[in-house]
Design a protein around this ligand. Structure first.
Ligand SMILES: Cc1cc2nc3c(=O)[nH]c(=O)nc-3n(C[C@H](O)[C@H](O)[C@H](O)COP(=O)(O)OP(=O)(O)OC[C@H]3O[C@@H](n4cnc5c(N)ncnc54)[C@H](O)[C@@H]3O)c2cc1C
Length: 492
């Protein structure tokens, strides 16, 4: 089925699209990918139905981004109190004999978890209201594809039949996300061994948390629980934490972890995790064992693409089960698009949203800017944070990109000194010859907020001289970005 590009007329300064009949879009999954696709469809005047089996906002809102970043906000507050002494802040109360007593900083994890689950629920409800307000029909249920233009809902035990059991659509956007990978020899039970989705049921800080997996998720939780006051052992199968990330950034983080008392076991593969009477034991491949009170398994995610009719509809999957998409999120079947973690793009909420929107704009003939993998900004919410954009140092060193590298430690930044920041740097990559900014890395508190200027430079192909001409506030951490750009000046 196809349809002609709609005629467009301008009304009150807005483009209004007149279709011969409304285009019908079915969206499977209500995480950031599905949510944005649905909103974009409604904005362009389509009839949109979104099928979601648990809650609008998806894993991003209910179990992944929102809860984890709220937990990390508490960790940051705890960290600030802990470090305040360096800036001359003293906390004490008077004991019975009038002498000062140093109070202990304690974290009420039950209250923290209540707060973050409340935030997540509220955010999910807000997003659902936004969809309904925009005119999207939100259907609760488990959906699958029946061919390339139809979504059907599973009957499900006790579920009443509705008008939406079969949804015919001109375009389908699959945005079903991914789930934590589980190892048979370390089965999460939600009591002693956890996936990241189960951690929020803890009502007290684990005495000793073993984190298996030192990728982004493992590193973020290890960092947060360490700062909150748990003893933490991070088991990493590689020779450094955060494999695949900027090596200097990973090194800074690993040093910070060790300085804070975290046990980092590199080149150590956990083969098996066993629950004991009062805790857990992780068995490493080399025969060593690690005892702890609880264990978080953070060993990756698998896409939720099995058994939902994708192959039958002709949609190509990768070996790992991810849906192959192009830069406008279109699959091998023209009427089917895929956004977010179920696709073979980058597993980030921001990317899922962009893909969802791009997919619908493309399907409806609106102007589209294909998603450029190279320009995607990402952040690791450890303390300090690690933000990156563009080409990497490894790609430059391997000759995949031609570039110059300049690294400026934050120890030379006046604001960092005033704030007592001990670790971090700004690194810029610029094209050899032209000086065009092609990437960067920031390791700093709130690096996620600082990276935007480098992301803008990468997106708009600014040169280091153009970046350097922008005024940064004095004193500011952002000053290190313009300082690095100045140092990379291209002599004409
Ligand atoms: C701990 C953690 C922290 C993270 N932090 C960040 C961060 O800070 N920033 C960031 O950008 N990214 C972060 N991510 C990644 C981010 O969570 C994902 O990239 C994002 O959730 C992807 O969105 P999505 O729309 O693809 O899928 P999801 O958010 O997973 O949503 C998919 C939805 O589809 C539904 N669904 C699945 N199958 C069906 C079906 N058959 N029928 C109906 N509904 C179905 C599910 O119920 C779910 O609600 C984090 C991930 C983790 C694990």
């Amino acid at each position: 089925m196809g349809f002609a590009r709609p005629g467009a007329t301008r009304q009150n300064g807005c483009m209004a699209y007149e279709f011969e009949r409304k285009q019908r879009i079915a969206v499977l999954g209500g995480g950031p990918g599905g949510y944005e696709a649905a909103l974009a469809g409604a904005q362009l005047g389509a009839e949109v139905t979104l099928v979601e089996r648990s809650g609008v906002g998806g894993s991003a809102v209910l179990t992944d981004v929102v809860p984890s970043k709220s937990l990390i906000a508490t960790a940051e507050a705890t960290h600030s109190i802990g470090e305040a002494g360096d800036l001359g802040v003293q906390f004490f109360s008077r004991g019975e004999n009038g002498r000062p007593v140093r109070p202990e900083v304690a974290v009420n994890l039950e209250a923290v978890n209540d707060r973050l689950l409340r935030l997540a629920k509220q955010q999910s409800e807000d997003m659902k209201s936004q969809l309904i307000k925009a005119g999207v029909t939100v259907v609760q249920g488990d959906g699958r594809l029946d061919g390339s233009n139809r979504v059907v809902l599973s009957a499900g035990r006790g579920r009443a039949r509705t008008d939406f059991d079969v949804i015919d659509a001109d375009t389908i956007v699959v945005a079903v996300g991914a789930s934590p990978r589980e190892l048979p020899a370390a089965q999460p039970d939600g009591k002693r061994i956890f996936t990241w989705k189960q951690l929020y049921s803890l009502d007290a800080l684990p005495e000793h948390l073993i984190v298996v997996g030192s990728g982004v998720t493992g590193a973020e939780f290890a960092s947060a629980y360490n700062v909150l006051g748990s003893e933490v052992t991070l088991i990493s199968s590689r020779d450094q934490v955060l494999p695949g990330e900027d090596a200097d950034a990973a090194r800074v983080l690993e040093n910070v972890f060790k300085r804070r008392g975290m046990h980092v076991l590199s080149k150590s593969r956990a083969d098996r995790v066993e629950v004991t009477d009062d805790g857990v034991v992780a068995h490493l491949a080399d025969g060593r064992t690690v005892e702890g009170s609880h264990c978080l398994m953070a060993v990756g995610a698998i896409p939720n693409t099995a058994g939902i009719g994708l192959e039958e509809a002709g949609v190509q999957l990768t070996e790992s089960g991810h849906i192959r998409v192009n830069r406008v999120a279109r699959t091998s079947v023209p009427s089917i698009y895929a956004a977010g973690d179920c696709s073979d793009f980058m597993p980030l909420a921001s990317v899922a949203s962009m893909q969802g929107r791009t997919a619908v704009f493309h399907a409806m003939g609106d102007a589209v800017f294909p998603t450029e993998m190279r320009n995607i900004t990402s952040n690791i919410f450890t303390q300090p944070e690690i933000a990156t954009v563009g080409w990497t140092q490894k790609q430059i060193e391997d000759g995949i990109a031609q570039g110059e590298i300049y690294k400026l430690p934050l120890s030379s930044n006046p604001r960092a000194k005033m704030m007592g920041i001990k670790d971090g740097f700004v690194k810029l990559f610029a094209r050899t010859g032209s000086g065009t900014v092609i990437g960067g890395v920031i390791v700093a508190p709130k690096a996620s907020e600082l990276i935007l200027s480098i992301a803008l430079a990468v997106e708009h192909r600014l040169t280091v001289d153009q970046l350097a001409r922008a005024f940064s506030v004095y004193p500011s951490l952002a000053g290190s970005i313009t300082d690095a750009a100045r140092a990379m000046h291209i002599v004409n």
